[in-house]
Design a protein around this ligand. Structure first.
Ligand SMILES: [Zn+2]
Length: 151
């Protein structure tokens, strides 16, 4: 008797492209740009996107392109129990990238060997905090996700 579940459609948790606050970020990734919000009042950048500047409380902002370069600030290697789509590919890596322009700006993503490569392709034992990385992009369904390559 097998308790193996039937092969199921992969159900990744993907962002809502219609989210009013984050939509410009996802429009940027679709163009191959990694954007950050910049406050139009005090000039500070912030991530994740939000309607109000946490420093000066201005509601005015613009979107700036970044170099897409950073360093691994931290990482984790998830193991089950996980949501089914993620359990299928575990163990994989989740890295936190500190952006070169402003290391207080951090992105959560996966270190991959190639833009469309699987998230479990990199040997986790080879990942080091401080490693330089460069953003790349891969499209999953209708979402273009930032991912990270070794620089
Ligand atoms: Zn501000």
């Amino acid at each position: 008797m097998s308790t193996e579940p039937k092969a199921m459609e992969t159900t990744w948790l993907l962002p809502d492209l219609d989210d009013e606050i984050a939509a410009p970020f996802w429009a940027g990734t679709a163009r191959g740009e990694l954007l950050v919000q910049r406050c139009s009042q005090c000039g500070r950048v912030r991530m994740p996107p939000r309607p109000m500047c946490p420093h000066c409380r201005s509601l005015e902002h613009a979107w700036d392109p970044t170099s897409g370069r950073g360093t691994i600030w931290s990482f984790a290697i998830p193991h089950p129990p996980l949501l089914p789509a993620f359990a299928e590919v575990a163990p994989y890596n989740v890295i936190i990238v500190a952006l070169d322009e402003d290391p207080a700006i951090r992105f959560v993503g996966n270190l991959v060997a190639r833009a469309d490569g699987p998230i479990n392709e990199i040997d986790p034992r080879t990942i080091q905090i401080g490693d330089p990385v460069q953003v790349t992009f891969a499209t999953v369904d209708d979402v273009t996700l930032p991912r990270w390559l070794r620089a």
